[in-house]
Design a protein around this ligand. Structure first.
Ligand code: C2O
Ligand code: CU
Length: 462
């Protein structure tokens, strides 16, 4: 009758069901498949690495859509373990937030889940696994998510640079195990021995002198705080964590990018042809090394241009009304060398040693990990001031799902909107936000080994 029937008949009943391949046209363009893949992360001469990937690549495929668009992705889980996808920084419908055990059930091996949500804000975001993320993100389950403003800034090129590191056994090319390593969990987290951009240890760009680039930097590493410097380029910070700054700020000195944070830069290439240019990173010994090399060849006719205009603002980004705000406090405790005495874990008060024996090291507001009840129950529209005291000896990249917040600085001024903020030891920090997105939202450290060993809590907005 039809070609399709013919084909089916021709395939024959003898073929196993698994061998029946769906016709090419039925492959939905909106699938995102979590699966194993072999990727050459380490330099030539070292073995390839068996990764867990989205669609077989590190990083996962670039997902790009216009602001206001509806994004649909069917997560197909071809891994041997359950997983889920979190759309980091998107002010999303709670049911689509991807937190296994809080906003959805984990997606079992062989199963799928349809993510379907709108993108209210333009900017630089990313997506990553949010089921056992300490291991799954380290194995490669992350990718960039870019939401384009209707009025894009006037640049010659738009480049997404996903910064990451991997902890690899040079003998085998495999990831070092275990992922739940007590020393890493109780100290700074899992830091890689191989650093790279867009899945390459030797990522490089080419550019012309006087070219103007938009660089979107995303820190996808489990724990590494990138300290960066521009070489042969000069420019402005125009957005943080996706959200435009009110006015571009000249980049002077170092750019600090904590895990999960993003920064959008607009830079002009100032280097002469053949002179060194690129993105440098600071190493442990304070020396600087190229993270992304830029080869400058030729020159654009135009010389120095005026400073760029601010990016168009996103909706619902008014300053919160602090006069009416509810004040809440959260102590951050635990880890090595900080002397946490005890905390609540799964309904019991446990001493630090008992916590350690259960693989737990950290507490937020006296609670280790997520409890059944939220840290705070907020009414929709309420403004909250959250005071964090970092009583540990480590920095933590604190991330709130579903809403962006501003730092409330000592002088009373409000910082730019962010979804992840770096908290330094013994430095009090206060953030404020309008709880305008209903649902159950995580608040956790994005040093993922910390999140997995106690530094995760949640709030409810109703
Ligand atoms: Cu980037 Cu809880 O996530
Ligand atoms: Cu932490």
């Amino acid at each position: 009758m039809t070609g399709l029937t013919m084909t089916r008949r021709a395939l024959g009943a003898g073929l196993a069901a698994a061998a029946v391949v769906r016709p090419a046209f039925a492959k939905s363009a909106t699938e995102l498949t979590a699966r194993k893949a072999s990727v050459q992360l380490a330099p030539e001469g070292y073995p390839a690495t068996e990764v867990w990937s989205y669609d077989g690549s590190i990083p996962g495929p670039m997902i790009r859509a216009p602001q206001g668009a509806r994004l649909q992705r069917r997560l197909v889980n071809a891994l041997d373990v359950s997983t889920s996808v979190h759309w980091h920084g998107i002010r999303i419908d709670n049911a689509m937030d991807g937190v296994a055990g809080l906003t959805q059930s984990p997606v079992a091996p062989g199963a799928s889940f349809d993510y379907d949500f709108t993108l209210p804000d333009a900017g630089t975001y990313w997506y990553h696994a949010h089921t056992n993320s300490m291991e799954q993100v380290a194995r490669g389950l992350s990718g960039p998510l870019i939401v384009d403003e209707a009025d894009a800034p006037d640049v010659d090129r738009d480049e997404v640079l996903m910064l990451d590191d991997w902890l690899i056994d040079p003998e085998t090319g495999g990831f070092m195990e275990p992922f739940a390593h007590p020393m890493m969990m109780s100290h700074g987290g899992r830091t890689g021995n191989l650093v790279g951009v867009n899945g390459r240890f030797d990522f490089a760009l080419t550019a012309q002198r006087h070219e103007r680039l938009r660089l979107r930097l995303i820190n996808a590493a489990n724990a590494r705080i990138f300290v960066l410097r521009l070489q042969g380029m000069a420019g402005w910070t125009v957005a943080l964590d996706g959200m435009p700054l009110r006015a571009p700020e000249t980049v002077e000195g170092e750019i600090v990018l904590a895990p999960a944070q993003r920064v959008d830069l607009i830079v002009d290439v100032t280097a002469e042809e053949g002179s060194p240019a690129g993105l440098l990173m600071s190493q442990d010994d304070d020396s600087w090394v190229a993270l992304a090399d830029m080869t400058v060849s030729g020159s654009r006719a135009r010389v120095a241009r005026p400073a760029p205009a601010a990016l168009p603002p996103n909706p619902r980004t008014d300053l919160p009304d602090l006069a009416q705000a509810r004040q809440v406090e959260m102590a951050m405790e635990g880890g090595a060398m900080a002397g946490m005495e005890s905390a609540l874990f799964e309904g019991e008060r446990l001493g630090f040693r008992e916590l350690v024996s259960r693989g737990q090291f950290w507490a937020l507001a006296g609670q280790v990990g997520r409890s059944d009840t939220p840290f705070a129950s907020l009414s929709r529209g309420e403004t909250v001031r959250l005071r964090l005291s970092n009583d540990t000896v480590f920095p933590h990249a604190m991330h709130l799902h579903g809403m962006h917040f501003r730092e409330l600085r000592g002088d009373g001024s409000l910082g730019p909107l962010r979804d992840t903020i770096l908290s330094l030891p013994q430095e009090p920090l206060e953030i404020a936000f309008v709880a305008d997105n209903p649902g159950k939202w995580l608040f956790h450290c994005h040093m993922l080994a910390h999140a997995a060993s106690g530094m995760t809590t949640w709030i409810e907005v109703a």
